[in-house]
Design a protein around this ligand. Structure first.
Ligand code: AMP
Ligand code: MG
Length: 260
């Protein structure tokens, strides 16, 4: 399957309610068959990454966004399983520190972008500055609204500098989020992940949906498109993410440099 099926067309409005979070469209088969297809995809990815790393001229930035329990951490473990840690950099964005808040919102982000040859993965990102910041009214509306333009220009700068930006929105349903949050409470191995804020944020589901929809509509550009990944089924999400990454890296077609 081609990545275009999950891509948000630049300028198109997005209604998340109309997109099935439990979709398994295009998968090689049921869960078992799809899981069985993934190791070969990881092998392909590793080969592509090896060439990107050796070429050392361009980079890939994977941006992961999604509501709490949408599977951002799980996606990163999955993607990393297919990559060489040598050429991979993960950056996690939490509540900004005093120092970070004393700069423009892209300052901390730019510093963590992948260098030539690397694949960077952002667990949350500069998009928090038009999401949580909007929902919690942490800055004036005019301030966060101006950020759509700043973000598009920033990502276009990255693209001009040789970074292919791949933005993945993990789309989970409200029911599936409930199931996952309940599991966080019930399962001692998952309880550490549970935060009080998971519950208070869930109560703002509609406000987050509006913020996600506008983010997707305003910042899916040809240089840095958004993909809406149906994420209720983790096995499907993993397969979709691998499919998109193979497609993107395959198109970049990195080459081993000639011997010096
Ligand atoms: P977690 O991903 O569960 O570890 O939580 C990280 C928290 O940091 C989330 O609640 C985010 O919304 C929050 N966060 C990340 N970036 C920002 C930001 N720029 N402004 C305010 N909160 C943020
Ligand atoms: Mg959390």
């Amino acid at each position: 399957m081609e990545r275009a099926s999950w891509q948000v067309k630049p300028g198109a409005s997005v209604a998340l309610k109309e997109r099935d979070a439990a979709s398994t469209a295009g998968a090689p088969g049921d869960r078992a068959a799809t899981d069985a297809a993934v190791p070969a995809m990881h092998k392909l990815l590793l080969g592509l990454q090896d060439r990107l790393f050796a070429e050392s001229a361009r980079s890939v930035l994977i941006v992961l966004q999604g509501i709490d329990a949408s599977g951002k951490d799980g996606t990163i473990s999955h993607v990393l399983r297919g990559l060489n840690p040598l050429g991979t950099k993960v950056a996690v964005f939490k509540v900004p520190t005093h120092e970070e808040l004393a700069h423009d919102f892209l300052w901390r982000v730019h510093a963590r972008c992948p260098a030539a040859g690397e694949i960077g993965i952002f667990n949350r990102s500069h998009y928090e500055d038009v999401l949580v910041v909007r929902v919690h009214r942490l800055v004036a509306e005019a301030t966060w609204r101006a950020r759509y333009g700043h973000i598009n220009e920033f990502e276009s700068l990255l693209a001009d500098a040789g970074t292919t930006v791949v933005k993945l929105f993990l789309h989970v349903s409200k029911d599936e989020q409930r199931t996952r949050l309940d599991a966080r409470v019930a399962n001692p191995a998952k309880r550490w992940k549970f935060q009080e804020s998971d519950v208070t944020e869930r109560a703002r589901w509609d406000e987050y949906r509006a913020a996600f929809e506008e983010m997707l509509a305003r910042t899916s550009t040809p240089a840095a498109p958004w993909f809406v990944v149906p994420a209720d089924h983790k096995w499907y999400r993993n397969w979709v993410v691998s499919t998109i990454l193979i497609d993107v890296l395959g198109e970049m077609d990195p080459r081993y440099p000639d011997a010096r």
